[in-house]
Design a binder for this molecule. Structure first.
Ligand code: GDP
Ligand code: MG
Length: 163
């Protein structure tokens, strides 16, 4: 089959919005309520002439900010097992949370390529917030807006390069 690219991150960071943007059609149901998308959505898509299958992994328990209870570990580990490439999404509008840090620590142990995207960076003035990820030692951060399309071409180029 096609290479698998999984989108992971906390509820409400914009995973489903990014999925729809990358899939170029509205497949996943996007809700304003955090964590509503619980099941997995798959879409075959392409960028720069390369085909891949995108997975929207839904969320983990949005009611708990305690990383032990939230299911973030299970969420990230199942994505690492299933996918060839992971796209980690954070929310540039708010500081990184403990769940983000747990996810990043797990992802850094993954043998598969991980691409880091700071979403909701709707304008360049948000990029400084995106760069919080750099302080954790991430090599490259993509400030993006899944909603408005900002930075998506560069993100797709990184995804294709990692396949
Ligand atoms: P998910 O729970 O991670 O799948 O997040 P969703 O895709 O359902 O988005 C959660 C909320 O964030 C929705 O209200 C989206 O409209 C909003 N959102 C998603 N992407 C962006 C973005 O790039 N910029 C802004 N400002 N809002 C966004
Ligand atoms: Mg969702």
């Amino acid at each position: 089959g096609l290479p698998l690219v999984a989108i992971v991150g906390r509820p409400n960071v914009g995973k489903s919005t990014l999925f729809n943007r990358l899939a170029r059609k509205r497949i996943a149901i996007v809700h304003d309520e955090p964590g509503v998308t619980r099941d997995r959505h798959y879409a075959d898509t392409s960028a720069f002439g390369r085909d891949y299958t995108l997975i929207d992994t839904g969320g983990f328990d949005p009611d708990s900010d305690d990383p032990m209870k939230s299911g973030i570990t299970r969420h990230v580990k199942s994505a690492i097992e299933e996918a060839d490439v992971i796209v980690f999404v954070s929310d540039a509008e708010v500081p990184l949370t403990s769940a983000d840090r747990v996810a990043i620590a797990l992802l850094r142990k993954s043998k598969n390529p991980v691409i880091y995207a700071a979403n909701k960076a709707d304008s360049p003035k948000m990029d400084a917030d995106a760069f919080e990820l750099y302080r954790l030692g991430v090599d490259k951060v993509h400030p993006i807006s899944g909603l408005h399309g900002r930075g998506i071409g560069e993100l797709e180029a990184s995804i294709i390069a990692a396949l």
